[in-house]
Ligand binder design. Structure first.
Ligand SMILES: Cc1cc2nc3c(=O)[nH]c(=O)nc-3n(C[C@H](O)[C@H](O)[C@H](O)COP(=O)(O)OP(=O)(O)OC[C@H]3O[C@@H](n4cnc5c(N)ncnc54)[C@H](O)[C@@H]3O)c2cc1C
Length: 414
């Protein structure tokens, strides 16, 4: 059977999720047209490559799937079809060897996305996938056609099935702008609002602190957070002070809890352990050590090694009187309250939470409200920390949506 007889499928969005869907569909013999708004494909994927392209993670499956929190069960179903090992094998087939870094994260040997994307596009085109860049989807026409803003003006497509893989709402300049959200809402698709995930936060820094410490890394500190709903976070890591607040890996890892707490209460208070390698008794002993004529700052520096941004945070987040009381001071060094008031805007976030509820999809990832329309990738309502979990779920859900569309077309043919 020629591809057109198997069915014509439009995949909208040429990030990892859309291209995975296209690959699965082409393998099942469908005629696939991929559309993307940008002048070239996979821009966010390429940007991820600039940070080393953390493709996936090597930890045991139970830990891996636990990273998807409330959506663990739904992502588990997707990963059963395409997991971290399958992703590594897939990259290997494209000639891109991967390795496990010291943290268990998996990267391509070359630490770049471009060679992988190049090889993938060659293989997709060889499989007959047609890619149309500079085609911005504008929603549906009144009679159900797909409307695109294309270089020669508006055009329409009427495929047999559609896979939407439009990404989330962060880094708009790379193509994903969340414009699809109201169009799907109007069609009766149940959607969660898009929110920043893996994002920085604003803190009400004093002008002095912001000016002195913006850009300074805060290394090897503990961060603890407990939410009213029972979720808890505790880890040692690092983050960066910004002019308006905080960002960086430790903050991103806790960002879902911080964001939800701010949404609920108007602010979030987490606790920093400025000396995670010491217990409080040792901190107290050193703080209480006679300091002679030395200032408290130089005392803390020489007895505890507390200086720079960590010492600055202590001054910024603790009231003056506490510095006169060694017990309060030692307790604060181990448990310094850090008050955060707002997440940074979604456009600055690494990823997006919210989007199409899994409950709006059937087992093939087809929208119950729009038969023949399938969804994949970051536009679905799940979130995960950085560590390769984002890309892995995008690949897995893209593949599942592609196979789901192929099955649906086959069932329709009877
Ligand atoms: C700085 C940065 C670093 C990252 N690093 C990592 C990492 O190392 N590891 C990891 O796992 N994840 C990482 N991520 C996250 C990861 O890149 C994303 O989760 C992933 O790219 C999402 O894939 P997707 O296919 O769902 O969406 P996207 O990659 O966003 O692709 C969606 C595509 O849809 C297109 N599109 C959107 N709207 C329209 C429209 N109306 N018409 C036509 N086309 C449209 C866009 O142009 C885009 O090409 C990083 C993200 C950022 C911002």
């Amino acid at each position: 059977m020629n591809p057109a007889e198997q069915g014509r499928v439009a995949v909208i969005g040429a990030g990892p999720a859309g291209l995975s869907a296209a690959e699965a569909l082409a393998a099942r013999g469908a005629a696939v047209d991929v559309y993307d708004a940008m002048p070239s494909v996979g821009r966010k994927f390429l940007l991820a490559g600039i940070g080393g392209l953390n493709l996936t993670h090597s930890e045991p499956y139970a830990d891996f799937v636990g990273r998807y929190g409330a959506r663990r069960a739904e992502i588990d179903a997707l990963l059963r079809g395409f997991d971290a090992d399958a992703l590594r094998a897939w990259a290997g087939d494209l000639g891109v060897e991967t390795f496990v870094g010291s943290s268990g994260r998996v990267f391509p040997r070359e630490m770049k996305a471009a060679p992988l994307l190049r090889a993938w596009l060659v293989r997709l085109r060889a499989a007959g996938v047609r890619i149309h860049v500079r085609h911005r989807w504008l929603g549906w026409s009144e009679d159900g056609g797909l409307r695109f803003a294309a270089p020669d003006g508006e055009t329409q497509a009427r495929p047999d099935a559609v896979v939407l893989a439009l990404g989330g709402g962060s880094w708009k300049k790379l193509g994903s702008d969340g414009a699809w959200w109201p169009w799907l809402a109007e069609k009766g698709v149940a959607l969660a609002p898009l929110k920043p995930a893996n994002c920085g936060f604003d803190a009400a820094w004093s002008a002095y602190f912001a000016e002195k410490f913006a850009g300074e890394p805060v290394k090897s500190v503990g961060l603890r957070m407990r939410c009213a709903d029972g979720r808890a976070f505790e880890r040692v890591g690092e983050f960066v002070i910004t002019a308006g607040g905080v960002e960086g890996s430790l903050i991103y890892a806790c960002s879902a809890l911080l964001r939800d707490e701010i949404e609920l209460r108007g602010e979030a208070v987490c606790h920093l352990d400025l000396m995670p390698a010491w217990d409080e008794a040792k901190v107290l002993a050193e703080v209480s050590h006679p300091r002679g004529s030395r200032s408290l700052s130089s005392h803390l520096q020489s007895r505890l090694g507390l200086k720079g941004a960590r010492a600055g945070l202590l001054r910024e987040c603790l009231d003056r009187e506490a510095f006169q009381d060694p017990r309060r001071l030692a307790a604060a060094i181990k448990r310094l309250p850090l008050r955060l008031v707002a997440p940074r805007p979604i456009d600055e976030a690494i990823s997006t939470a919210g989007g199409v509820y899994f409950e709006a999809l059937d087992a093939r990832q087809m929208l119950a409200a729009l038969p023949g329309v399938f969804c994949a990738g970051e536009m679905l309502d799940w979130e995960a920390p950085t560590g390769g979990y984002l890309l892995t779920a995008c690949f897995a859900s893209g593949r599942a949506a592609g196979l789901g569309a192929a099955d649906w077309l086959a069932a329709r043919r009877g």
